[in-house]
Ligand binder design. Structure first.
Ligand SMILES: C[S@@+](CC[C@H](N)C(=O)[O-])C[C@H]1O[C@@H](n2cnc3c(N)ncnc32)[C@H](O)[C@@H]1O
Length: 258
């Protein structure tokens, strides 16, 4: 249950939050300065999905609410000729832009070697993979429907609002960002309430589980696959019970197969 519901106050919505103040360094330190087992499991799951694509077969893909996380961008870099990392927060945009301009932090190398071991069609170096990425400072809700062949989202719809209806809206924007017959891949924190990062900052969460993900995406997709992994004891306790992973495809126009 969101903190707001327990307290009897209005749920915190996406526009109530100053995303520019996202604590990038604390978030990286807590989650991504080393390769945790849960991220290795996400990478293994997603690599199996991406291996189904011929290299360069997707003209444009999008990372929905990229944050400072580079591994979804690495994963997309074989199948996709261009990857748009769309992110609302100024500090995250500055971090991503710096990674592309100056080269990625060494801490991302173990992530890339795992991605490349599981998908050998990835470029030889992480820097080469990132040349396909463009950072867009913007709101994912303003992406024109049908802009991409593939959309990817990690810990966003359920980690940017306490309002379940708004969570559902974010999932709808995500699914509509691709063309009919387009591809979706995502990871969600499972049962994560409003959470803290670093010593003080507080961020809105909306607890979801595999049943919720199936319910929300079943009307939006044709080929939905949902699975989950257990909570990772090497990560901070955000109150979650693990992660939910999904792949799907939006319905093709009538008469189109494949
Ligand atoms: C929980 S973080 C997840 C970050 C990243 N995807 C990851 O895998 O770690 C949620 C991210 O969504 C971004 N965000 C929140 N609202 C957004 C919006 N309306 N449009 C684009 N990005 C948004 C936040 O700034 C933050 O980077």
């Amino acid at each position: 249950m969101p903190e707001s519901a327990r307290a009897g106050t209005a749920p915190t919505r996406n526009d109530d939050v100053d995303w520019d103040s996202w604590p990038v360094e604390d978030y990286l330190a807590e989650n991504y300065r080393e390769l945790h087992p849960s991220d290795a499991a996400v990478i293994a799951h997603h690599s199996a999905f991406y291996r189904g694509f011929a290299p360069g077969s997707i003209a444009r893909s999008v990372e929905f609410g990229a944050g400072p996380n580079l591994y979804p961008l690495m994963l997309a870099a074989s199948a996709s000729r261009h990857v748009d990392a769309v992110e609302a927060g100024a500090a995250n945009v500055a971090y991503l832009t710096g990674q592309l301009r100056r080269g990625p932090d060494d801490s991302w190398e173990p992530f890339y070697s795992l991605c490349r071991r599981l998908d050998p069609s990835l470029p030889e170096t992480l820097s080469a993979a990132l040349t396909r990425v463009r950072v867009i400072h913007g709101d994912v809700r303003t992406i024109r429907p049908g802009s991409y062949g593939l959309a990817s989202m990690h810990f966003v719809a359920e980690g940017v609002t306490e309002d379940f209806e708004e969570f559902t809206d974010f999932c709808g924007h995500f699914a509509r960002s691709v063309v009919p017959g387009g591809h979706l891949v995502a990871a969600f924190m499972e049962n994560m309430p409003t959470y803290r990062i670093g010593p003080a900052s507080r961020w809105p969460g909306c607890p979801v589980d595999p049943g919720v993900i199936r319910e929300v995406f079943a009307p939006l997709t044709d080929r939905l696959a949902v699975t989950r992994i257990n909570a990772d004891p090497t990560l901070p306790d955000y109150g979650d019970s693990g992660m939910v992973l999904m792949t799907g495809r939006t319905p093709s126009p009538p008469g189109r197969y494949g």
